[in-house]
Every structure is written in C-alpha cells, then in structure tokens.
Ligand binder design. Structure first.
Ligand SMILES: [Zn+2]
Length: 263
C-alpha cells in the first residue's frame, strides 16, 4: 500500500493562492481594478489662521463633493484589531488617516511603521488620551507634544517641536481655547468629524454598519470617524468598504500639503 503523495494537495493550494493573488510574501498591488480604491488625494495646507474642520464641532468641513468620504480611525495602533483594519483597507486599495495615540504607538512601533509604509496618513491624538478640558493647559500641551514627538521618533528617527504631519484630533473632541491657539501657532490642522459610528458603544458589526451607512447617506459627504481599537469595528470595515463601493461612494485621502523638512 502506498500513501497518497502530498504533492497534488500542495499544488492545489498553490494554485488557489495564486488565483487569489495571495502568494505568501507578495502583497497585492494597488491601485487594482475592481477595488474601491482612492479617488483622489486632498492636500491639506494650514494658513496663519489655522484649520478647524468637521461639522460635529466646527462651522466648516473639507471641500468634498457629493458622495466623497474621508475615512479616519482613532486611538490605535492597537495590535490585532488594527491589523484587521489595515488588511481590509489593503484588500480594497483604500488609504485612511489614523489619528494615533503616542503610548499606543510606543507599544506597537512596528505596526505604526507598517501603517505609514502602506501609504496611510498618520495624524496625532495626544500621548495618553486625556480630556483636555479637564486638565491644566501646560499638562495638555505637554501631552499633545509628547504624542507627536513619539510618533515622529518612531517613523523618522527624530522629533522637532512640531509634528512632521501637522494633523491633530482632540481626544473626545474636547478642545480648549489656549490649546487651539497653540495648534494655530504650530500650523497644525485640527480635525473633528462630520459623522461617526458611535463605535465606542457595544454593537454587532451588522448594526454598526447599518448605523454608519444611514448617517453618511443622510449627510451625503464628509469625514467619518471610527476606532481601530474595537473588534466590532474591525469586523465591520470589509462590509463597509463593499457598501461604499456599491453605493457609488468615493474615498478621498488626506495628505499634508508639505511634510516639514525642518523637523
Ligand atoms: Zn480618541
């Protein structure tokens, strides 16, 4: 009696992997036909009066056309859930903006590097995520600067007084006037959101998707806030990208108008 050769099975797996474009060690290239993709990049420049966008907090938002959406994820990098979000974005050739927490970046430096290397924009969300309205100005300022300095050291090897990518979102959207003034002085853009999934609440991925789609359809365009720290959000993102594609939504990727060479 002879045992069946393992070869046909291995060959079958290799063929399936090749058909899926998932050969080990070779990431699928982007842009790629059939994916949602990025419709366009929007360079963000910050003038002397600063930039504050997102209608949940501010009168203005970004100049987006109908059915244009900006995807943002807060509070990571968080390990497993962030990896799932990154894989879903890669599968659809989509770029997002991640507002990262410095201490999370310090805990997951390689993941932060992969996030940046994949082409996503890395914005800032403080060092320890304090609610700034409840702490003295100096402590808030130090926490914000520590956050972007930590990220810049991981990604660029050094940190100046201002962030290489001048994008910031307040934890809990809790802005203060003195910190706003500091951010204007540093020419750092402050991002709110136009809609969110309320994914800080427990939810099934299905209920979360329905809520997100209802909110974005109601407004027609804008900046979406989600959190890559939650398993239900990570589980929902593949279906969200499919729904955006089916609904004719177009993804806009925010990029700094210029990275600061002096940092
Ligand atoms: Zn947050």
């Amino acid at each position: 009696m002879t045992l069946p050769s393992p070869r046909p099975l291995a060959l079958a797996f290799a063929l399936i992997a090749a058909a899926l474009g998932a050969a080990p060690g070779r990431a699928a290239t982007c842009p790629r036909p059939g994916t949602l993709g990025v419709e366009r990049e929007m360079p963000i420049a910050v003038g002397p009066a600063g930039l504050f966008v997102g209608t949940k907090s501010y009168p203005e938002t970004l100049p987006l056309g109908d059915h244009e959406i900006v995807l943002t994820f807060d509070d990571g990098p968080a390990g497993k859930t962030t990896d799932a979000v990154l894989a879903a974005l890669q599968a659809e050739c989509v770029h997002a903006t991640f507002f990262v927490v410095g201490r999370m970046a310090a805990a997951h430096p390689d993941q932060l590097r992969r996030m940046a290397a994949a082409g996503h924009t890395i914005g800032h969300h403080s060092m320890t995520h304090p609610i700034m309205t409840g702490i003295p100005f100096e402590r808030g300022r130090a926490d914000i600067v520590a956050g972007w300095s930590t990220v810049d050291r991981i990604l660029g090897g050094h940190a100046g007084g201002r962030p290489a990518t001048p994008f910031f979102r307040y934890p809990g959207f809790a802005a203060t006037a003195p910190l706003d003034a500091m951010l204007v002085d540093d020419r750092v853009a402050v991002f709110g959101a136009d809609f969110w999934g309320s994914d800080w609440n427990p939810s099934t991925p299905e209920a979360l998707l329905a809520r997100v789609m209802a909110r974005i359809e109601a407004r027609g365009s804008g900046i979406l806030l989600l959190h890559d720290t939650h398993a239900h959000t990570a589980a929902m993102v593949p279906a969200l990208l499919k729904a955006l594609k089916a609904g004719g939504w177009r993804v806009v990727h925010l990029v700094p108008a210029e990275r600061r060479a002096d940092q």
